[in-house]
Design a protein. Structure first.
Length: 332
């Protein structure tokens, strides 16, 4: 504890990132340290290899996070961990570290839903209070709003996520990771809009056909910059259409863009335009915390703990599959 303020240590390990952060109940991120597993060129995340990476770097990341915050473990009040959803082996590395710290130092243990972590760090860094949330990352593409004690899904992907679409195309095209960043940079050089499949079903988007067509065009020799430009334009337009329909339907006065793909400036611009058209304030998560990080877990751990949510060590198994709308959120 710092003075009379609670301090939470958060551990993130859902996929390629192993992160540890410390946050206090005033909303200050005291430290946020991560080490990212980068797969070999042309390959996606291998769960076992990611877990091995996390195991190798865990103690170093933990020490650095505590040192940067200027704290010792006995000054930490709560330990939180990303329980899911995500890849099982990496999740278990983070959960094991969190359990060990909680047991050895006698701290309460708090499970955090990874997607809610993205939402809450976005709300903290922007001041958004009751937004329509556009959550876009490697693991999520969802349009959500809060009602009846839970985040309710008003639209989502029916197959692959937006983050996966960009990553998978980048691997096919030989672009370096992170794929979304590489596609964005290449798209800035493109000018010609290539005809690609555009599939929106109500408030849901479908990206697998778009990926297949883009890969085929790349193999057929289409200029890569034009293809990246077109892939972004079509994929983002689909999401923007679905988001505008949701915004008009539920009438929220705020729109919050969060998750790893939230850093894309073209996507920000398209969503900002529909927010302004509907008189809604547009918010984007602070870029320092848009991708997976311990900060999202530490801050959400504070909120959950203050709402009375803890978990016994013997019940703290991970949940690789765990929908956002299955989780009670008593602090909102």
């Amino acid at each position: 504890m710092i003075g009379d303020r609670l301090v939470c240590l958060g551990v993130e390990s859902t996929a390629h990132t192993f992160g540890v952060a410390l946050a206090d109940e005033a909303g200050r991120i005291l430290s946020d340290v991560k080490d990212v597993y980068i797969p070999p060129p042309g390959r996606g995340i291998h769960p076992r290899e990611a877990a091995e990476h996390h195991g190798r770097c865990a103690s170093k990341v933990l020490r650095e996070a505590l040192d940067k915050a200027g704290l010792r473990m006995d000054q930490v009040d709560v330990v939180a961990y990303s329980r899911g959803p995500g890849l099982g082996p990496p999740l278990r590395v983070g959960a094991t570290l969190a359990r060990s710290l909680a047991a050895f130092y006698g701290k309460p243990l708090v499970p955090v839903h990874h997607a809610i972590g993205h939402i809450e760090i976005g709300a903290l860094t922007t001041g958004a209070r009751d937004p329509l949330v556009i959550l876009v990352s490697g693991g999520h593409t969802a349009l959500a709003a809060f009602a009846g004690g839970r985040w309710r899904i008003f639209g989502e992907t029916e197959d692959i996520t937006l983050g996966n679409l960009l990553d998978m195309f980048a691997r096919e095209a030989g672009l370096p990771p992170p794929g979304g960043v590489s596609v964005e940079k290449m798209a800035e050089k493109g000018r010609r809009l290539i005809d690609l499949p555009y599939t929106v079903k109500g408030n849901d988007v479908v990206y697998s056909g778009l990926l297949t067509a883009a890969v085929q065009r790349h193999r057929g020799g289409t200029r890569l910059s034009d293809l990246c430009f077109s892939l972004q334009e079509v994929a983002f337009a689909m999401l923007t259409e679905a988001s505008e329909r949701c915004l008009a339907h539920i009438g929220k006065g705020e729109l919050l863009l969060t998750g790893g793909v939230a850093a894309n400036r073209r996507l920000q611009g398209m969503l900002r335009s529909i927010a302004e058209e509907h008189g809604a304030r547009f918010h984007v998560v602070d870029g320092r915390y848009s991708s997976d990080c311990g900060a999202q877990i530490a801050w959400t751990g504070i909120l959950a703990y203050k709402a009375g949510l803890t978990i016994p060590l013997e019940e703290s198994h991970v949940r690789s599959r765990w929908r956002l709308d299955e989780v009670d959120v008593p602090w909102r």
